[in-house]
Design a protein around this ligand. Structure first.
Ligand code: SF4
Length: 336
């Protein structure tokens, strides 16, 4: 279900604008509905009150936690079942973040990603995206939502931007704490500029070599790293939030001295931070994670050369490895 369909459903049940807002706010923020100044019974018209149990059942059916996998770093990886039996992954991050999925599967086909191997099965609808946040909030407070789970958000632009507008208003998430993560797509850049709720931008760069990028991300839009960084930088300056450049570190592929030189050339003077994320090893992928010492040395060198760089670890990587592996395991297709 999309959020606009959900609103129509509430209106058909007799909800006026304030009732609609209260139902959507309590749902998306996982608040007690009687927590306001006026208890529900005195606030809602009788017809809507009678419909509430059915509405609550429909909201609960949008997404359900199937399994929970705690990580040693304080994260929790959730396998989430959708109403039609499809599953996606959400990750509760340390310090109040949640990483949500925007698609079941993904069409980009990144060589190092388990989600990309199965192709795209379907879009995650906007209400299902918000439902992932509501499920996370039922477990712990959430103040930051990153669209870095399964799927490429720019391939589900209408759904993701509707969810972002909702979360940045009714859902009480600060705009800079909504992070739209993309491999880079001209349509996404164009739409982001026109948003009322403007999220921060994360750009999956991974290499500064256009030919290598075509091989690693075979079905990403064919923009050169320079074009991508130009577009991301323009959005950063328009939105007021620095870009997060994402770089999955693959041994021997993008952790070499020429990669450092390429990064210095490309990112010097840009407004952003480079996140180096050591690869989550997937057996049979043909890629390996560089040693910690090598990752640290690369981060240090880049920092010394004027590139604001952080060495990150993807949350819950001790739990079934990277994004998509939990789902693959649940389906019996995991490689680990
Ligand atoms: Fe899709 Fe992201 Fe996986 Fe690439 S890394 S295949 S964009 S989910």
């Amino acid at each position: 279900m999309h959020l606009h369909d959900l609103r129509l459903r509430l209106r058909a049940a007799g909800a006026g604008p304030s009732h609609e807002h209260r139902i959507l706010r309590t749902w998306s923020q996982a608040l007690p509905r009687d927590g306001g100044k006026r208890p529900t019974a005195n606030y809602f018209p009788a017809g809507l009150l009678a419909e509430l149990p059915a509405i609550d059942a429909e909201l609960a059916a949008l997404a359900r936690v199937q399994t929970v996998h705690p990580g040693e770093d304080g994260s929790e990886r959730l396998l989430v079942g959708l109403a039609d039996g499809q599953t996606v992954e959400s990750v509760l991050l340390p310090r109040g973040g949640v990483c949500v999925s925007s698609q079941v599967g993904c069409a980009v086909g990144c060589q190092f990603c388990m989600t990309g191997q199965a192709g795209l099965l379907r879009q995650v609808r906007s209400a299902e995206i918000v439902a992932q946040v509501a499920l996370a909030r039922a477990r712990r407070p959430v103040s930051r939502v990153v669209f870095m789970g399964m799927g490429e958000p720019s391939h589900n632009l209408d759904g993701v931007l509707e969810a972002i507008d909702f979360l940045g208003t009714v859902g009480n998430v600060g705009h800079k704490n909504l992070v739209f993560s993309t491999v880079g797509d001209p349509r996404a850049f164009e739409r982001l500029h026109r948003q009322t709720v403007r999220p921060a931008l994360a750009l999956s760069l991974h290499t500064t070599d256009a030919a290598l990028r075509r091989r690693l991300l075979p079905r990403a839009p064919d923009l050169t790293p320079e074009q991508l960084v130009d577009a991301a930088d323009a959005y950063a300056r328009a939105s007021g939030y620095p870009v997060q450049y994402q770089w999955t570190l693959l041994e021997g592929i993008n952790d070499r001295s020429e990669d450092i030189e390429g990064l210095v050339r490309l990112l010097r003077g840009r407004w952003g931070v480079l996140n180096l994320i050591p690869f989550n090893s997937v057996e049979g992928s043909g890629f390996a994670r560089p040693t910690l010492e090598r990752c640290e040395r690369m981060a240090r060198t880049l920092h010394e050369r004027g590139i604001l760089t952080k060495l990150r670890h993807s949350a819950g990587q001790d739990v079934d490895g990277g994004c998509g592996q939990l789902r693959a395991r649940a389906l019996g297709g995991a490689t680990q």
